[in-house]
Design a protein around this ligand. Structure first.
Ligand code: MEV
Length: 423
């Protein structure tokens, strides 16, 4: 298996699918699933008031090596240049072995908010006194999760001052194994509420997961050789760009947006909850009290660039759309992942790679040149160009740096005239 499929981008979509099918050992049914996509009656069972489908392109980022394994990355995104940039960045990381990951494991928190308590610190201690009992009660709600090594591992209790009085917030710390975990932890939190009310004498309101998944952290690291990425000046430019994201939240937001271009595309392609991962990423980026970058860059002794990322990635392989959406199922097979933890490590690596590629472009030629050629193609299609004409018109507009529907229409008329003269 290799993720380095040369000339992949030049193939037609159906040829690319065959190339991926060969690498990922997809069967005819899985190939058909990608081609057909979600069906209306499947969609009708996934959410409410369905009237149709909203399709997003699914592409494959090539060249990734993650923890020594060649991986093809399915990415669902409408944004031009994202998949090309990820593939490019991954190619540059191959020289030094690609991406190397670690994680804290698939642990989530659920919160139980108790209010109206006059002696909140005593209530906190009372809850902790009943910790074993409470953990047992919660675990009884999900024997399957416990059977697979998951379940509630700990209970923490915080007293939080608020303008509506002190709140006693109990955190259930749950190992969710291969589930994203929202259903499991919410059920557990709801089941403990009456007992928490009994213990504290307070009134429980919220019983819900926290998307600030600071116990489900994933890390990835890659070394980019200076000569591979354009030289020492580019390394220095990337370091300066990364530093700005460290000290300026206005830049950090866009820096992290670039990370999420990669992260969200894989989260979506695998049928996971994009909003949960995004909420977790941005909350974690501000955990120190100021919004910061999720990645860091340094120069090693050889003058090469070392990039690292650390972020929460709460995704699952069981439950949700991952097991229902036919394309998501095939995307998981293409990734070849066996656990949610492994999937989260791939996602963080894609985030790092996407960020590196963006910073490299920003620190050298800028991003617009890459963006423009795809944008020009879209504009040519909008103007009505078909088949080979799309490429021809797009290339002319990009070269002229005049990309508009009006210009595309003019060029089409010009080419039409020329064709008439020849015939
Ligand atoms: C565009 O979608 C993402 C970038 O703006 C990210 C960045 O600036 O780092 C290119």
């Amino acid at each position: 298996m290799t993720s380095r499929i040369s000339g992949f981008y030049k193939l037609a979509p159906s040829e690319r699918l065959i190339a991926v099918a060969e690498q990922a050992a997809l069967g005819p049914e899985e190939i058909a699933q990608v081609q057909t996509g979600l069906l209306l009656d499947q969609a009708d069972k996934m959410t409410e008031n369905v009237i149709g489908l909203f399709q997003v392109p699914l592409g494959i980022a090539t060249n990734f090596v993650i923890d020594g394994r060649e991986v093809l990355i399915p990415m669902a995104t409408e944004e031009p240049s994202v998949i090309a940039a990820a593939s490019n960045g991954a190619r540059m990381a191959r020289e030094t072995g690609g991406f190397f990951t670690s994680s804290t494991g698939p642990v989530m928190r659920a919160l139980i908010q108790a209010t109206g308590i006059g002696d909140p610190f005593a209530a906190r201690q009372a809850i902790l006194l009943h910790k074993d009992d409470l953990m047992r009660m919660a675990n009884d709600k999900d024997p399957m999760l416990v059977k697979y090594g998951g379940g509630v591992k700990d209970i923490e209790v915080y007293v939080i001052d608020s303008k509506m009085g002190p709140m006693v917030v109990t955190h259930l710390i749950v190992d969710c194994r291969d589930a994203m975990g929202a259903n499991a932890v919410n059920t557990m939190a709801e089941s403990l509420a009456p007992r928490i009310e009994q213990i504290t004498g307070g009134r429980v309101y919220l019983r819900i997961i926290s998307n600030l998944a600071d116990l489900r952290l994933v890390r990835s690291k890659a070394v980019f050789k200076a000569e591979e990425i354009g030289g020492h000046e580019v390394v220095d430019g990337i370091l300066l760009a990364a530093e700005l994201a460290e000290v300026d939240p206005y830049r950090a937001a866009t820096h992290n947006k670039g990370i999420m271009n990669g992260v969200t595309a894989v989260v979506l392609a695998t049928g996971n909850d994009t909003r949960a991962v995004e909420a977790g990423a941005h909350a974690f980026a501000s955990i120190a009290g100021r919004y910061k970058s999720l990645t860091r860059y340094e120069k090693n002794r050889d003058g090469d660039l070392v990039g690292t990322i650390e972020m929460p990635v709460a995704v699952g392989l069981v439950g949700g759309a991952t097991r229902v959406h036919p394309v998501a199922k095939t995307a998981v097979k293409i990734l070849g992942v066996k656990s949610a933890d492994e999937l989260s490590r791939i996602i963080a690596s894609v985030g790092l790679c996407q960020n590196f590629a963006a910073l490299r472009a920003l620190a050298s030629e800028g991003i617009q040149r890459g963006h423009m050629s795809l944008h020009a193609k879209n504009v040519a299609v909008q103007a009505g160009a078909k088949c080979d004409l799309i490429e021809i018109i797009a290339a002319r507009m990009a070269a002229e740096r005049r990309i508009s529907v009006d210009r595309a229409v003019e060029l089409m008329a010009e080419l039409d005239e020329k064709a008439k003269e020849i015939t």
